[in-house]
Write a protein that binds this ligand. Sequence first.
Ligand SMILES: Cc1ncc(COP(=O)(O)O)c(C=O)c1O
Length: 414
Amino acid sequence: MNLSRVRVAVTPLARRFPAAAALLPTVDALIAQERPEEPVHCFRPEAAVAAARGFVGAFSGKVLYAVKCNPEPAMLRALHAGGVDDFDCASITEIALVRQMFPEAAIHFMHPVKARGAIRSAWAQHGVRDFALDSADELAKILAEVRATDTEGTLGLIVRLALPKGGAVLDLSGKFGAAAEEAVSLLRAARPHAARLGLSFHVGSQCLDPLAWRAALAEVAEVVRRADVAIEVIDVGGGFPVAYPGMEPAPLGAYLAEIEAGFERLRLPEAELWAEPGRALAAGAGSVVVQVLHRRGEALYINDGVFGSLADAGTLGFRYPVRLIRPQGPAPSRREIGFSFFGPTCDSADAMCGPFFLPADAGEGDWIEIGQLGAYGACLRTGFNGFDRARLVAVRDAPFTGSPALALPTSVAA
Ligand SMILES: Cc1ncc(COP(=O)(O)O)c(C=O)c1O
């Protein structure tokens, strides 16, 4: 079984979408007109601009967009239009894309384990100056590749601190980060080489508990105290959650209040505060419209799945807001039942247990819009079993969060 993840065949948006959002179609009009038999990714540029404006306006520090969660150029353009000038990149491919689109943007290479060639090229060809690390080996690697040419002293070194498993749905604590003791040594070792020395962490993705940032910043305080060197950057990572059915986070303001208070307690008045949100900026601006190929009992066989843009609905059991689209024929039943989904591949792992609540008579030929997929959706598609085609269209609809009770990602009131 070939599970390799390749970025395939989401036909990109034309370079420009109409400046007036009113000129874009709505999702329903598009489906009625085109009756698509392949998944359609619906991008809401206005929602991405608003999410960026909301976050940038509410956060007192620098906002780095985590490109990994949706590197689609249309998304990058919209976030940039909403005030994002800094980008957290994990690979040289992301770096090259951002640099090509925004020659003036600040790019930060925040993957703690990098190839030597990627470091060299980021530094020399793309003007990247900030590099993350979580080991002495990576520090040596970065210095070996850039020090000889750092004649003006512009290198930024950001030490990533490991955190204990916390309140995040996607725990990232096992793979990256230096334990406190090692982080202290790394800060001391990096200090003489860095024009900017920073400490970063990541509480895990879709972290529902604002207190996770309080606990993380208390750990940071202890490491900073023990290292006893000047620190110019505190980077609180990503992890800011959005609403999914069954997961209703506090407003963004509750998370930012904990961060502001924790940062104040560090007493580093000269230091910059950074955050690396991905999901919170991108999720609401994207949905995918799938078609039902077959119904068996309360399972719907649809044309997208865990090897496509619904990876997190599989193993992680994420539920997304859903709605039925039936442009012709009888009006959908007003009674809803909980369905599970099967994806289009032959692999039995291509299953999403949901439940996804839809009209009881949903069946073959209907379309379903699945919302909150602007983050970690299209970018995870693979070509497995040949189901590698999907389209991307810009639409003028508001974000599809599924229920008025679910907070929009842009909501900042604490
Ligand atoms: C280093 C780093 N920063 C930021 C992010 C973005 O996280 P999120 O989309 O949960 O905000 C990630 C996601 O894995 C990450 O690894």
